[in-house]
Design a protein around this ligand. Structure first.
Ligand SMILES: [Zn+2]
Length: 133
């Protein structure tokens, strides 16, 4: 059997790489490079642990378990990304719009900036609520 076929047979049914894998690899390099400057046994152990975890995940045959981990990671990552996106938009629209949270479903609404008390209707849950601008 050719070496390439052996590799293909070994990798069959294994999970491979995903976004969490890429994140772990970047985290590994960051910790590894940090460890070159701040020599520490804790950082050495941490970088090794990250590398082992990333490698274990990519060779794992428990695809559903790994997918669930990746989904958890994406949920956390997206909450960070969305938070900073909202801050950026708030800053961009600061003169023309205000951002308010729907008290029922928690959706963030972008409303025109007009002084006074208004009634806003959430497009997500059709709830009406008072908004003071
Ligand atoms: Zn709502």
């Amino acid at each position: 059997m050719k070496f390439r076929d052996r590799i293909a047979r070994f990798m069959y049914g294994r999970y491979g790489t995903d976004e969490l894998y890429r994140f772990l690899f970047i985290a590994f390099y960051v910790v590894f490079i940090l460890n070159l400057f701040i020599r520490s046994i804790i950082l050495s152990a941490l970088s090794l642990a990250i590398l082992i975890w990333a490698t274990y995940r990519s060779f794992s045959k428990n695809i559903y378990g790994r997918r669930a981990e990746n989904a958890k990671y994406l949920k956390i990552k997206n909450s960070f990304v969305n938070f900073f996106k909202l801050q950026k938009n708030k800053w961009r629209d600061r003169k023309t719009h205000v951002y308010r949270k729907c008290p029922t479903c928690g959706a963030v609404l972008r409303l025109p900036k007009k002084k006074g008390i208004h009634t806003a209707r959430c497009p997500g849950c059709s709830n009406n609520f008072e908004v003071k601008v």
